[in-house]
Design a protein around this ligand. Structure first.
Ligand code: NAG
Ligand code: NAG
Ligand code: NAG
Ligand code: NAG
Ligand code: NAG
Length: 481
């Protein structure tokens, strides 16, 4: 009798689990279907408007969007930015917003900056293996489907400090990707990638996606991901490495064979190397600074091994050919085809969030996106943000096509962006916050003033794009929960 009872209870339990999961599943499907139907219904008007303008002025789709967004921006300014920013909700009292921003920025600052004012290198170098192991394991434990670092991360400053100063116990080539990187093992057993500086801060390449990664862009992008509450970027810090003392003595055989020492004018030996990668060759040596023997770069904490990554083709991928446009560049319907795909539809809001991040940093090179493999509801991880902060005078509108074409955005994202975009205090615009977070960094200035100004300008363009969506669709349709 007792066994029978146990069986019944188990059976009931299993049944209820199945019912709940099915309910949940259907809720998701229905929600997605509604999204798709809504869009199919309402997007007709957009197409008509878009094509009429195209015919009249022979503008490309991108030029059309750009023109509309710029007109919208002027109109928003005429109305007064703050009027637009404070139109609807009860919590929009300016003081409330300023207080919110002040607390938010203070919390970001206290998490990422060490409390001590003394030269931090001496303290971190003294960190013992055991303490470092604890620091690295904290970072490992943070990782979830939709976070790489948590909202409150008081240990972040010690992780950054450890990345900047802990002893390198092994250096190796990294064969991932096309550019020269080093795979370092730090004391405590943590692996990290080192991307060396290739350009001065104000160097501009010929094309939006051309050229090498920028270590400074990678560092700023990490902090920006926290500001935007898109905490899906691996932890990045600045690092200055002495090649002769810290890399060569612990180099793996495959790295060591790529060393080609050079003589300087003053007859000193410079430890130059070329590593191993698609673009690496012995004619393109990476040499340390002549006077200091050091390289500056960004150091990126590797994600925990148990999280495998899955790389998928981005639906808004470029053709990378000058005279060949991708379908999405010509077709204002394009989002419909994304919404019709069962695998892509649930990620539309993530594509929009990522597009906003990439537009701000000027990254036009996210041809693939990465998620955690076998982890349901994984965020789109913001990995590899080095193709950023190139030309401060150029805002690449095609990067926010997911927003312009789908006209949906998480309400949470929208509410968050508004706070920075419509703040009346210059203390809390994006450029000012970046300055507050990073002006103590050993490699500051990480961005030129023009790059910082570009951040504020691009945020306003994003807000204008969202307003355009509000004009065409109902606000309730555009803002998703
Ligand atoms: C689409 O629009 C039609 C007519 O405007 C309306 O009757 C219908 O309910 C809409 N469908 C959806 C899914 O919103
Ligand atoms: C648009 O293109 C057509 C055909 O190429 C041309 O005849 C027309 O003058 C162009 N219109 C404008 C405004 O440039
Ligand atoms: C540089 O060093 C080499 C030996 O290491 C020596 O033969 C040579 O004279 C030196 N040149 C100068 C300019 O000091
Ligand atoms: C942002 O703030 C800085 C000062 O912190 C100010 O110089 C700049 O003009 C502000 N930018 C905008 C767009 O308000
Ligand atoms: C968006 O969020 C704000 C603030 O939380 C709320 O007042 C508003 O009703 C939300 N809008 C929608 C469409 O969910």
């Amino acid at each position: 009798m007792r066994r029978f009872k146990t069986r019944i209870v188990t059976l009931l339990f299993v049944c209820s689990i199945i019912t709940v999961s099915m309910l949940f599943y259907f809720m998701l499907i229905f929600d997605d279907k509604k999204l798709a139907n809504n869009l199919i219904n309402t997007s007709r008007s957009v197409i008509v408007v878009g094509f009429a303008e195209l015919r009249k002025e022979n503008l490309t789709l991108c030029e059309t969007y750009e023109k509309k967004a710029k007109l919208k921006l002027i109109q928003m300014f005429e109305d007064g930015m703050s009027a637009v920013g404070h139109d609807n909700n009860g919590d929009d009292d300016e003081n409330v917003n300023e207080n919110y921003l002040e607390n938010f920025v203070e919390s970001l600052k206290s998490d990422s900056q060490p409390e001590r004012k003394d030269s931090s290198s001496s303290t971190a170098v003294k960190l013992k293996d055991k303490e470092l192991k604890k620091i690295w394991s904290t970072a490992k434990k943070w990782v979830r489907a939709r976070q790489i670092i948590p909202e409150k991360a008081p240990e972040l400053s010690s992780i950054i400090e450890a990345l900047q100063h802990s002893k390198i116990i092994k250096s190796d080539v990294s064969r991932k990707g096309t550019q020269l990187k080093l795979l370092l093992t730090l004391e405590g057993g943590q692996q990290a990638l080192f991307k060396p500086r290739r350009y001065p801060r104000d160097y501009i390449t010929d094309d939006i996606y051309a050229g090498a990664d920028r270590h400074n862009g990678e560092i700023v992008a990490f902090h920006l991901s926290r500001i935007l509450n898109q905490r899906y970027a691996p932890i990045v810090a600045s690092r200055i490495i002495n090649v002769a003392q810290e890399i060569k003595p612990v180099a793996s055989p495959s790295l060591l064979v790529t060393f080609v020492p050079q003589k300087t004018k003053t007859n000193q030996t410079l430890e130059c190397f070329y590593g191993e990668c698609y673009y690496c060759n012995e004619y393109e040596l990476l040499c340390p600074d002549e006077s200091t023997g050091t390289l500056e770069g960004s150091i990126i904490l590797m994600l925990p091994n148990q999280y495998q990554l899955q790389k998928l083709r981005h639906p808004w991928q470029r053709t990378y050919k000058k005279n060949l446009k991708a379908q999405w560049e010509m077709d204002s319907h394009y989002c419909l085809s994304v919404l019709k795909s069962n695998s892509l539809r649930p990620r539309v809001l993530d594509f929009v969030d990522t597009a906003i991040f990439d537009y701000l940093i000027g990254n036009a090179d996210r041809h693939h996106y990465e998620v955690f493999k076998h982890v349901s509801n994984s965020a789109l991880l913001l990995i590899d943000n080095g193709k950023s902060f190139g030309d401060p005078a150029h805002d690449e509108t095609t990067i926010i096509f997911p927003l312009l074409q789908c006209c949906v955005i998480r309400n949470q994202t929208y509410q968050h962006l508004r706070r920075f975009a419509f703040t009346t205090s210059s203390q809390f615009n994006l450029s000012a916050i970046i300055r507050q977070l990073l002006s103590n960094d050993q490699l500051w200035p990480l961005l030129t003033d023009r790059h910082l100004q570009a951040l504020d300008r691009r945020l306003r363009m994003i807000m204008a794009s969202i307003e355009l969506c509000f004009d065409t669709y109902q606000k309730n349709y555009v803002l998703k929960n």
